[in-house]
Structures are given as C-alpha cells and as structure tokens.
Ligand binder design. Structure first.
Ligand code: SF4
Length: 545
C-alpha cells in the first residue's frame, strides 16, 4: 500500500513539544493517527494530543499524524490507522480520508492488504453503532490504561492473521470489535431485537473503561496554529457530579474525578506556562474541584499577571466575585453558565439543582468582579416543558437585565437531544422545539436581549446519530454525497425507504423503557436499570413507542 496524499506538510516547526518522543525500533508497528478535520482543529483537541503523545512515546510504534489539510511523512506501509472522532459530522471527512488512502470505507471489505482501522473519542464512546461498519476496532472509554493495553496486544499480535488479531483484541477490556457482534431486528423497519457475540469466546458485553487516578491530562504540544492560538490546556476535573438527566458529559464519564493539585495540576501548569501565557482549564465542571479556590490563589500570583485564562465551564452557584475578578485580571471579559431553562420546574425535571436567585446572584457577582458579559445556555424542548416554562425563561432574562444594568447578557439555546447512556435516552426530540426557539427569539430580541439559537436541523442530525443503530452506516455514507444539510439526510433515508426505520423513529419517537437499545451490549458507568430509575424520577411520564 502506498500512501501519497496531495496535501501540504504541517507547520511542525512552530510546535513546542512538552513530551519526549521515543525513537522507534526498526521493527516498530507503523501507525497513522488521524484527526478527521483540519490541523488547527485537531491539534486543539486535548484528547488527540494526549493519545498522539502516548503513541509517540512507545519505541514499538512509529507514528505519523494525519489531518485533512496536512500530514507528517507517511510510511509506504501502514499497519494501523487510528481516528479520534470528536464531532459527529467529521465522519464525512473520515470516509474521505479512507478513500484518499485507498482503504475500503466498509470494514467488511478490508483484507490483509489493508491496515486495521480503529477509532476512539467522545462521539464513538457515546454510541459507536451508526459508525460500526466503518471501523475494525473501537476503543471505549478513558485512554489512560486502555490505549497501552490495546497497543501491547497489537504488538504481540503482529504475526497473527487479521481475523485472529481481531478476535484476540476483542478480549482486551474496552476494545470493541463491531464485526464480532450480530444484531437482529424486529423487522427491517423495526427496533433492535437482540445483540449477540458471533462466538462463545467473544465477550457478550464490552465495558467502557474508567481511569481512576488523580493525574489527569495536560497539553503535550503548544502551537500558534491551534484554533486557540498557543493554548496550553489542563484537565482540572473529569465528569460532573451534578448528573443532569440529559447530560452526556456527566453520565458517560462518571464517577467525578479531580486532578491532584500538587501531583497533577500545578506541575502541569508550571510546565505549560514556561512556554506560553495562554492557559485553558478544562473539564465539565471545573469550579467544582474541591481546591479550586487554592488554584485561583495560585494563578493570582504576580508572576502570572500576563496569563490569559480561559475556563471551560462554570457551575452557576460557583460564580463568586473572586472568580469573576480573577478572570478579569487574566484578560477574560465574559463568563458562561448553563441554566437549561428559566423555569424552576424544568430545572427540577432535568435535576439541575439551581434556584432562580442563584442565577441572579451569579450575574450580580460577575458584574461586581469586573466582567462585562455573561452568556447563559439553555435548551428548548426538554421533556415535560410547556409554554409556561418558556415564558419563565423570558421573564428570567428580563429580571437579570434589570438586576445587572451594563452587563451584556446573551442566551444561547439549543434543542434537547437524547444521548445514549443518560436517563433521557428514551425521549425523542420535541417536534415543537423549532417553534419554541422562534418564540424565545421573538420575545427576547424585542426586549434587547441577545438570543442565539443553535440550528434545530443540526439537533435533528445529532439525535439521529446519538440514537442510531448500525443500519445507519450506509445511510450516513450516502448522505455525505448529498451534502451536510438535514435535507441530505432526508434524501438518503428516502433511498433506503422500507429497508430501515424512518428518520422519525430515530429522532422524534419516544422509545419504550423495556425495548432493547442499539448500545445495550456496550456498558457505560451506570446500569440500564439505574438510568430507568433516574428517568422515572424526572416525573415526565412513562415512555411508550
Ligand atoms: S452541571 Fe453541567 S456538566 Fe454537570 S451534569 Fe449538569 S449539565 Fe452536565
């Protein structure tokens, strides 16, 4: 196999590495590790950086990086091709890269002349089934131990046949080989009936892997060509203890873990700030780190006065004047909080433990700390939401405007999308959600509040992928030739009419609690019975087909 992609080289000379790559042995496995988007996007993904560094530290692997707009020198023969998939719609670029590399896009069409194609990352860990046809291997969960276990097995199996390699890899915890699981359906257009391994020596289920150490991830490279120029990123927490019932960032990655200040965060930050002055604190719920106040004190030392600080997410009732003042001091003007809804009733439905007074206090504190803007995030179409709840969202924004004159307020709003492994995985997208976004837009913009709705059509595509089964592989492959609009997906569904369920089934239908789910053989942190209890606790009624 000869790899000759007509793409320009990467601006590697501008990268500052924060780890020591190891020179590969002569007989090292050759690995291409790809990100199916541009270099600037891929190199800004902490997950991609960390996996690449893990591979590059091993003397038994020779790794080259590949992006859609550039690559490192590629070997003439590739043993393994890996993809990190962070955004659902990047699957189109992934398929294009496979074509450019002359690799069949369907795993079933590959043979000994082709590399093993593996994938990992948040999209695949959530629900890999729509993409199952494209991968020989999918890695589920935290990479810390999983990746080395996977690579050790690959190296050991180098002399083995492709079939033998896949069967042996399927026994490594967290390694999912889709072709070794058979799915049956109630009918061509019905739901999943059962999922079974093809053989008795293949595990019946695959457990997503959870790392339990207290040293979390940090950037392995800093570059001016990243989407966030020269940013050094450090993971402060992993998962979120709040467990809002729709939230993948919490439910898929439980339990909540925090980086040790002394063993992980401070050494990493010191290393990062020795090469750049831009720092990103990452995690689903950064301010819930038990020593967050100490971390802020540390960052407020005079030697860090010129550091530009970005914080990924802030729990509303942790927005103190001190936090706001620290952000202001470090060149941040705005803070973002997720409120989900202005209605306390809806916040209870989703298990968001947040009072309206807390939201107002957060805005007051943000202003008192010197910030000039606050962005709030909400959702339309949450299960159980009514028109009266929307009116309360409008009322809340007006109340905030009155309480904090001069603070620029923005409400960003998406549509509720069900996600696998969360208590709301059974709930369909509300057909009224688009109208509800329009209602909020009309009533907020007329009052001078900046309202930014996310595309409803994009939410529909997200829902399709998040609840899809492996019958979607050919549909996704077809849709990418038609474009990336919702119309392209509708057209592709039309092509397969009668052979698969309609788009409506995946996106809008409520699914029965006892119905087998496409991902039932892939175990997340909580058992399905617990998710059912959490769903029932929401009090939005029984879900039926
Ligand atoms: S607080 Fe935010 S990150 Fe945490 S569970 Fe709720 S939505 Fe998810």
């Amino acid at each position: 196999m000869f790899l000759a992609l007509p793409v320009p080289p990467l601006p590697l000379q501008d990268e500052t590495l924060l780890f020591e790559p190891t020179a590969p042995h002569d007989d090292a496995l050759s690995v291409v590790f790809a990100f199916p988007n541009e270099y600037s996007v891929g190199i800004t993904s902490l997950g991609y950086q960390v996996v690449w560094a893990t591979l590059a530290r091993r003397a038994d692997l020779r790794v080259s990086r590949l992006f859609t707009d550039g690559h490192e020198p590629l070997p003439s023969w590739v043993d393994v091709l890996g993809f990190s998939l962070s955004w659902e719609l990047d699957y189109g670029n992934l398929l294009t890269l496979l074509e450019q590399l002359d690799i069949p896009i369907m795993a079933g069409d590959r043979d000994a002349d082709h590399p093993l194609v593996f994938g990992g990352g948040p999209v695949l860990t959530a629900n890999p089934e729509p993409f199952a046809d494209f991968f020989d291997i999918i890695l589920l969960g935290d990479g810390e131990t999983l990746l080395d276990d996977f690579c050790d097995a690959l190296v050991d199996l180098k002399p083995a046949s492709r079939t033998e390699t896949l069967r042996r890899l399927a026994r490594v915890p967290g390694v999912y080989v889709p072709s070794l699981y058979a799915v049956s359906y109630d009918s061509p257009t019905g739901g999943v009936r059962a999922i079974h391994p093809v053989d008795v020596d293949i595990p019946a289920t695959v457990q997503k892997q959870t790392y339990r150490g207290n040293v979390l991830s940090a950037s392995t490279v800093v570059t001016p060509h990243a989407a966030w120029e020269n940013i050094f990123m450090v993971e402060v927490v992993r998962s979120c203890p709040e467990m809002c019932r729709f939230c993948l960032a919490s439910y898929l990655t439980l339990p909540f873990r925090t980086a040790s200040l002394d063993d992980s965060l401070i050494p990493a930050i010191e290393q990062g700030l020795s090469v750049t002055n831009r720092l990103g604190l990452l995690g689903a719920s950064v301010t819930q780190h038990p020593e967050f106040a100490t971390l802020l004190d540390y960052l407020n030392r005079p030697q860090f006065d010129d550091v530009r600080l970005s914080i990924a997410s802030v729990r509303t009732n942790t927005v103190t004047p001190e936090l706001a003042a620290t952000l202001t001091r470090h060149d941040t003007r705005s803070i973002t909080i997720a409120i989900e809804s202005g209605s306390e009733r809806v916040r209870q439905i989703v298990n968001k433990k947040l009072e309206t007074d807390d939201i107002e206090q957060a805005a007051i504190n943000a202003k008192a700390g010197g910030l000039s803007a606050m962005k709030l995030y909400g959702m339309a179409g949450i299960p159980g939401e009514t028109q009266a709840d929307l009116e309360q969202t409008v009322a809340l924004m007006l109340r905030l405007k009155k309480a904090t004159p001069g603070l620029r307020l923005t409400l960003g709003c998406s549509t509720f999308v069900p996600k696998a492994h969360t208590p709301f995985q059974w709930c369909g997208v509300n057909r009224e959600a688009e109208k509800r976004l329009q209602y909020l837009q009309k009533h907020l913009r007329s009052k001078g509040i900046d309202f930014r709705p996310e595309s409803y059509n994009w939410s529909v595509i997200q829902a399709l992928i998040s609840r899809g089964d492996r019958r979607l592989g050919p549909v996704l492959e077809r849709a990418r030739h038609y474009g990336d609009s919702l119309g392209s997906y509708r057209r592709a569904f039309k092509d397969f009419q009668g052979q698969i369920p309609p788009l409506e089934y995946y996106v809008h239908a409520d699914w029965a609690l006892d119905q087998p789910l496409p991902w039932d053989h892939l175990l997340g942190p909580l058992p399905k019975a617990t998710l059912q209890k959490h769903f029932e606790a929401a009090g939005v009624g029984a879900v039926v087909v």
